[in-house]
Design a protein around this ligand. Sequence first.
Ligand code: FES
Length: 157
Amino acid sequence: MSREFTADLKKRIEEITARYPSRQAALLPVLHLVQGETGFLSAEEERAVASILGLPPIKVREVVTFYTMFTRKPLGRFHLQVCSNLSCSLAAGERILRHLQAKLGIGVGETTPDGKYTLTEVECLGACEQAPCMMVNFDYHGNLDPEKVERIMEELK
Ligand code: FES
């Protein structure tokens, strides 16, 4: 069983697919659109997108699970993505992750009980010159230390 999208969402999907040489080529922007509407991409959304674009559902699953910007479960209001790749690791990025785990009382991949914060460990965010860094939703924060993380968390309250 796949989810039935609203007429408005279907219309916007059609507007996106019209910009591409094939419907299948619109997969990434359509997934961004759907996730923006639903908050996450469940198996139902994956099947619905596959049906609309004429793709095998496994192709949609492959893309959703490959890119870290897609999520298959609900996220907190603030998604904290802490980089653990080489540059950030060399700049002691691990302590940023440990600091947030201790502060929020959750592990990596978990959401606080109030639904406010989700903590994720991610690969390179493409901002190595600011290592260690993290993203909060779509905002980058670099040159982090625990004190700067505290200031960022205060601003989120
Ligand atoms: S290694 Fe962390 S942003 Fe590149």
